[in-house]
Design a protein around this ligand. Structure first.
Ligand SMILES: NC(=O)c1ccc[n+]([C@@H]2O[C@H](COP(=O)([O-])OP(=O)(O)OC[C@H]3O[C@@H](n4cnc5c(N)ncnc54)[C@H](O)[C@@H]3O)[C@@H](O)[C@H]2O)c1
Length: 341
């Protein structure tokens, strides 16, 4: 059935991976805007405390088609935001089949369950890693996608499954290709909680709070203004807001699917980020200069023209110091939650 929802409808949304870093921010964005939300998460890297009260929580795996069917029925699910997955690039190189299983095969199960139940809208967490080492920066969506690791491939394959499924069935989708996600909910209700995370800003604020000795800078001889890698950091709450707008766009035009970069379209070098962390924390964090990591592009910046043209997206936290301040506030709260502070 192709029921064209009115954009003002607040249809029930199932968030997979909603106990994780980005998913928990999407849950808040949906809930704050009055959407009925349910979460499925197997808690492998997520945390039960990250799912707010009032949100139906199903502890389970997205490969459990029976559970998915039950959730769709109980919740009346009309849209899926699919964050669940494995995200560590080096691990994907060592254990590729884990990534093709958890990210690709299980996404297939989820998409099939959605088609079977007639869930018409699907939003997928894709990644700039699907571009591999792009020849141009900023990167447009029509830049050839040529991943250089199994993680990127596992995500690109899912984009392809969605493209083909949307052609064959009554489902439209939006693949959002995130650049570097950072920061935390401005009210510190959730944030990145994974131990041993490798994201630069997370690592730097951990160092600021004495949880690490310092920060390693991988590569100082790139062809960039200061020799260190340049990345496009997007505040996680702005990213979550983009998901809600993408859902509204899918509901307004059920025949149309979208693939869009998510970034601000400007980059900061590793040293610029670390200078900003020093500035925000009023400290001097130790930096260890190390060699390049295999496969790290010099610069990875999104061209955000498409998302700007297609969604009424008005980022509220496009400011490096704000991103760092929010990450720091969450890191402090996390220490308290864990009884460390
Ligand atoms: N963090 C980034 O910078 C970034 C960049 C690009 C894309 N992404 C994508 O965004 C999504 C969310 O990433 P994140 O940073 O929030 O990671 P995360 O590890 O914090 O969240 C993933 C969540 O999915 C859950 N999960 C994993 N496999 C599952 C399964 N089979 N069934 C049910 N639940 C499962 C985990 O328990 C966790 O709560 C991922 O798909 C990731 O590939 C993240």
């Amino acid at each position: 059935m192709n029921r064209n929802e009115n954009v003002t409808d607040r249809v029930p949304v199932l968030v997979t991976g909603g106990a994780g870093y980005i998913g928990s921010h999407a849950v808040l964005a949906l809930k704050d805007a009055g959407w009925p939300v349910a979460v499925i998460d197997n808690l492998t890297t997520g945390f039960r405390f990250a799912v707010p009260d009032g949100v139906a929580f199903y502890e389970g795996d997205i490969e459990d088609a029976e559970l998915l069917g039950r959730i769709f029925e109980e919740q009346g699910t009309r849209a899926i935001m699919h964050f669940a997955g494995s995200i560590i690039v080096p691990e994907s190189v060592e254990d590729p089949l884990k990534y093709y299983h958890n990210n690709t095969a299980k996404s297939r199960t989820l998409i099939e369950a959605a088609v079977k139940a007639g869930v018409p809208h699907f939003i997928f967490s894709s990644t700039a890693a699907t571009y591999g080492v792009p020849e141009v920066s900023p990167v447009r969506e029509d830049t050839p996608q040529s991943p250089i690791n199994p993680y990127g491939w596992s995500k690109l394959m899912t984009e392809q499954m969605l493209t083909d499924t949307a052609s064959a069935h009554t489902l439209n989708f939006c693949a959002l290709r995130y650049f570097n996600v950072a920061g935390a909910d401005p009210k510190a209700r959730t944030g990145q909680s994974t131990a041993g995370a490798t994201h630069l800003i997370k690592v730097a604020v951990e160092a600021a709070l004495g949880k690490r000795d310092g920060v390693a800078v991988f590569g100082t001889d790139f062809d960039t203004p200061d020799g260190t890698g340049v990345r496009d950091y997007i505040h996680v709450s702005d990213l979550a807001a983009a998901h809600v707008l993408a859902l509204e766009a899918l509901m307004a035009q059920p025949e149309r699917s979208l693939k869009m970069n998510c970034g601000y379209g400007r980059g900061f070098s590793v040293l610029e980020v670390l200078d900003a962390v020093d500035r925000v924390t009023n400290m001097t964090i130790d930096r260890r200069m190390e060699g390049r990591r295999a496969g790290d592009p010099a610069s990875l910046i999104s061209d955000p023209s498409r998302i700007r043209a297609n969604l009424p997206w008005q980022p509220e936290h496009d400011d490096l110091d704000t991103i760092i301040a929010h990450a720091l506030a969450w890191e402090r709260k996390l220490s308290q939650l864990r009884g460390e502070g």
